[in-house]
Design a protein. Structure first.
Length: 435
């Protein structure tokens, strides 16, 4: 897996990912402390609203940002957004009103809604070989899991010698360092799509996504993943402190179990995907998550919770890591950024529903009811995936073009009834019907 880092461009981008993630982790801790300073006992409501703002920004702005990105040099676009994020974070220590937090969080997440899909779309252009790309996806997944473990510990150590606003300075340093690393990376030129109207580019990724069976299946699978993941992220603290009656340290141990399971899957995935197709691996991972959440009512000890969270984390990585491979084979290089943005927006739309569902049902009806309800949502999603995403998922498809004139260059090249790697584009607007 590590041999992928021999590619100097990917090495710079991977380093940029790590420092930006560490900075984001420090900001997460600092934001919680800032909310407590401003709102006291209602800090949870402030953070919940900030999370909702984050999801709304992701869902609404990612496709727009992708259309903007197609009209700008990719290096300048990524560096500008990193510096914008650094500038927003630099303002947070000076706020003294809750509404100011909400405004800054919106601008921060708007920049992230543009940066993340654009960054994801660069990686397959840098690593053309699918095995190298798979290894890169696993490394990026590992970096996210390690950040979840490392950032709280680094923040805790810093808070023993400095006050929490200094953590925001660490975040600024992380984003500036990320910008410098992207600036020094030799990014490949962006493949240019045919000129089209801005609004058509905004909706292009969604159109490709909804007309491609494997991507429609991926969208429904994200609903199953979000249902299970929301139980972990929203209710772990309640499970540990209310049901098990344990201290805050046990919350960290439970999340560490989730991270450890995810990291183990990321290590194993490159070899696993050499032997199996993406679809069964991802469906198996989603099934593990749903089954794990269904077992939450039986939890009676911290050890059992850690083991169960590790199983769910393992399934989480199995479902999330191969997503780039699916998108890579489902779109032209010129359309890849738009489809990554569509994936980003649609997946976060699922989380926007399941986050409050996990919290409200858990608070109103109890954690066991919330777990079984979310497991039910996940199970319905899995059943839908099996129907929507065909088991026979060939890349090369036989089709024809009754709408094109006989002398069209595409027909002259391939013939009237032909087969090639099929993706939705201007010449292929509908998926061929199965024979």
């Amino acid at each position: 897996m590590l041999h992928t880092l021999r590619n100097p461009t990917f090495r710079h981008l991977f380093a940029a990912q790590i420092v930006a993630l560490l900075g984001t982790g420090l900001a997460t801790v600092a934001l919680g402390l800032l909310a407590w300073q401003l709102a006291g006992d209602t800090a949870g409501a402030v953070l919940g609203t900030a999370l909702a703002i984050k999801m709304v920004a992701y869902v609404t702005l990612a496709p727009v940002a992708a259309a903007v990105a197609e009209r700008l040099p990719r290096r300048a676009f990524l560096v500008t957004l990193d510096l914008l994020r650094a500038g927003v974070i630099a303002c947070l220590p000076f706020v003294d009103q809750i509404w100011q937090v909400y405004v800054l969080i919106f601008f921060l997440q708007a920049a992230s809604a543009g940066f993340t899909p654009a960054f994801q779309a660069v990686i397959p252009d840098v690593l053309k070989d699918e095995d190298d790309y798979t290894n890169a996806l696993s490394l990026l997944r590992l970096s996210e899991d390690l950040e979840q473990l490392a950032s709280p510990m680094i923040a805790a150590l810093l808070l023993t010698v400095v006050s929490f606003p200094v953590l925001f300075a660490g975040t600024v340093v992380g984003f500036v360092a990320s910008a410098m690393l992207v600036l020094t990376a030799r990014l490949p030129d962006r493949a240019r799509a045919e000129g089209s109207a801005f609004w058509a580019d905004v909706t292009k990724g969604i159109r490709i996504y909804t007309r491609t069976p494997r991507l429609r299946g991926l969208m429904v699978m994200e609903a199953a993943v979000a249902a299970a993941g929301a139980m972990v992220y929203v209710n772990t603290v309640v499970l540990v402190q209310a049901r098990l009656g344990l201290a805050e340290e046990a919350v960290a141990l439970a999340f560490a179990g989730f991270g450890a399971g995810s990291m183990l899957a990321a290590f194993l995935l490159p070899r696993l995907l050499d032997r199996m197709a993406d679809r069964p691996v991802m469906i198996g991972g989603a099934a593990l998550m749903v089954a794990g959440v269904a077992l939450v009512p039986l939890i009676g000890s911290l050890a059992a919770l850690i083991m169960l969270w590790a199983v769910i984390g393992f399934g989480f990585s199995l479902t999330q890591t191969p997503i780039g491979r699916i998108i890579n084979r489902s779109a032209r290089e010129a359309d890849r950024g738009a489809v990554f943005a569509a994936q980003f927006a649609l997946s976060h739309a699922c989380w926007l529903v399941t986050y409050p569902l996990a919290g409200w049902v858990g608070a109103g009806a109890g954690l066991s009811v919330a777990a079984l309800g979310l497991a039910g949502v996940g199970a319905l999603g899995l059943i839908a995936v099996l129907r929507i995403w065909p088991d026979q998922d060939d890349t090369i498809l036989t089709h024809d073009h009754p709408d094109l004139p006989p002398d069209h260059p595409h027909l002259r090249q391939h013939g009237p009834h032909h087969a090639h790697a099929f993706v939705i584009d201007d010449l292929h607007r509908r998926w061929p019907k199965a024979a």
